[in-house]
Design a protein around this ligand. Structure first.
Ligand SMILES: Cc1cc2nc3c(=O)[nH]c(=O)nc-3n(C[C@H](O)[C@H](O)[C@H](O)COP(=O)(O)O)c2cc1C
Length: 150
């Protein structure tokens, strides 16, 4: 049976809701929350935008505060993120960097406010040599997506 890790960064809970829905549909799934220090971002969207843009420009991506599970245990990793300025949230960059060398499949799901821009392209760029097999937008048709990727 395919063993799945659902690894999610969610600042305000919407992407985590999708992750929980995915976990309820996949019998053999574990969840991991991609987490950075509490003072990394702001409750103000514009401040968070400025902070994350600076991280991208300087290559100074935020450290994760929790240990990543042993990814060799999983056949498929679903990576969840909000769209930030047409890209994944910057903690996802750190996670994907740490994932380099993983031999299984990776798929990504995201939530946004209506304009995903180049999310998929940027995710694939950040994923480097990882095998990205699928992308899913939003909170609808989750069951159908699970059937496709499993
Ligand atoms: C810094 C920042 C940048 C964002 N940029 C975009 C964007 O480019 N396009 C978009 O549709 N939504 C954008 N959003 C909205 C989020 O993608 C959206 O609210 C998302 O569902 C939040 O997910 P979360 O609750 O899991 O954090 C942005 C939000 C923040 C905080």
């Amino acid at each position: 049976m395919t063993k799945v890790l659902i690894a999610t960064y969610s600042q305000s809970g919407r992407t985590q809701e999708v992750a929980d829905h995915l976990a309820s549909l996949i019998s053999n799934a574990d969840q991991y929350q991609i987490t950075v220090a509490d003072d990394t971002f702001s409750n103000d969207m514009y401040e968070t935008d400025a902070i994350s843009t600076n991280q991208i420009q300087t290559g100074n991506f935020p450290e994760l505060v929790n240990a990543i599970p042993n990814v060799k245990d999983y056949d498929l990793i679903l990576v969840g993120s909000p769209v930030w300025r047409g890209a994944p949230a910057t903690p996802v960059h750190t996670f994907l960097e740490r994932l380099q060398g993983y031999q299984g499949e990776v798929a990504t799901f995201y939530t946004d406010a209506g304009s995903a821009g180049d999310y998929e392209k940027n995710f694939k760029k950040w994923a480097g040599n990882l095998d990205v097999v699928s992308t899913h937008e939003g909170s609808h048709n989750i069951k159908h997506w699970v059937e496709q990727i499993m």
